[in-house]
Design a protein around this ligand. Structure first.
Ligand code: NDP
Length: 259
């Protein structure tokens, strides 16, 4: 029977891989899932950084946390990395497809290698992880895939056309995953964060003019704190969202609701 009330949000014993969780948003998401009871695998390219984050999450929550390191732009590396993940926790109950990068330049000067890096990480990397993990989820007949979009899934700004293209694609890729995977008992949804203070946005946080713009443009009047994302994630990772599929939930202090 479907769990009801608070029990519907319980993640005790669930297993999760959060890509790009050695720092920033992914790190907060991994810790939030651990606090809700899930066993987590922390991930990034830098093995030492991921191992430190896993140890800290485990110490803070008392929950088992492992770490793996592989580059999501490389399909073969994802395959090998996911085999390692499976040896640690089996096929994850919850995949959080979070790892992503940013590159900024006006379009006329946009470097080919920056375009390739953005598409390779934010789109192909997400595809590699979803494809590989879906196989085990299909076999099991259950799973939750949560992709991380952005307000740039819906809104553009100067100098980030390429990033916006990759984040817009996350919305449609999530719907496509729903179409393919819902019949197998799998839910695929996305969270689209507004402006959050992390390493990715440090230059913007430090830019007084830009920071004032963010606060003025966000109805909530502030930058997001990474902890603001955890409630939406626990919802989308738990049985509470078993009939929610293919959706993108904006967690942006109201930014995309207001002109
Ligand atoms: P950070 O730069 O702070 O962290 C990125 C993480 O991804 C790191 O753990 C990094 O580890 C990992 N990573 C990057 N590239 C790869 C790769 N090729 N293979 C494996 N791991 C990789 O970013 P944020 O926490 O700010 O962003 C996380 C996600 O949230 C991204 O998808 C971003 O687009 C999205 N987002 C962020 C917003 C913000 O305001 N910060 C707003 C909206 C969306 P390592 O360096 O060791 O590889």
């Amino acid at each position: 029977m479907t769990a009801r009330g608070v029990a519907a949000f319980d993640l005790t014993g669930r297993t999760t891989l959060v890509s790009g969780s050695s720092q920033g948003i992914g790190r907060a998401l991994a810790e939030g899932l651990a606090e809700a009871g899930a066993r987590v695998v922390v991930h990034g390219r830098d093995a030492a950084k991921a191992a430190v984050a896993a140890a800290e999450i485990s110490a803070a929550t008392g929950v088992e946390a492992h770490s793996v390191a592989f580059d999501i732009t490389d399909a073969a590396a994802v395959d090998a990395g996911m085999t390692e993940v499976e040896s640690l926790i089996g096929t994850p109950d919850i995949l959080v497809n979070n790892a992503g990068i940013q590159r900024r330049a006006p379009i006329a000067e946009f470097a080919e290698e920056d375009w390739d890096a953005l598409v390779g990480t934010n789109l192909s990397g997400v595809f590699h992880l979803a494809r590989r993990t879906s196989r085990g989820m299909i076999e099991r007949g259950s799973g939750k895939i949560i992709q991380i979009g952005s307000v740039q899934s819906q809104l553009a700004r100067p100098s980030i056309a390429a990033y916006s293209a990759t984040k817009g694609a996350i919305v449609m890729f999530t719907k496509g995953l729903c179409a393919d995977l819902a019949p197998h008992g799998i839910q695929a949804n996305a969270i689209a964060p507004g402006y959050f203070e992390t390493a990715l946005t440090q230059a913007l946080v430090d830019d007084e003019q830009f920071s004032a713009w963010v606060k003025g443009r966000t109805p909530a009047g502030r930058w997001g704190d990474v902890r603001d994302l955890v409630g939406a994630l626990v919802f989308l990772a738990s049985p509470a969202s078993d009939f929610v599929n293919g959706q993108t939930l904006f967690v942006d202090g109201g930014m995309t609701a207001v002109v």
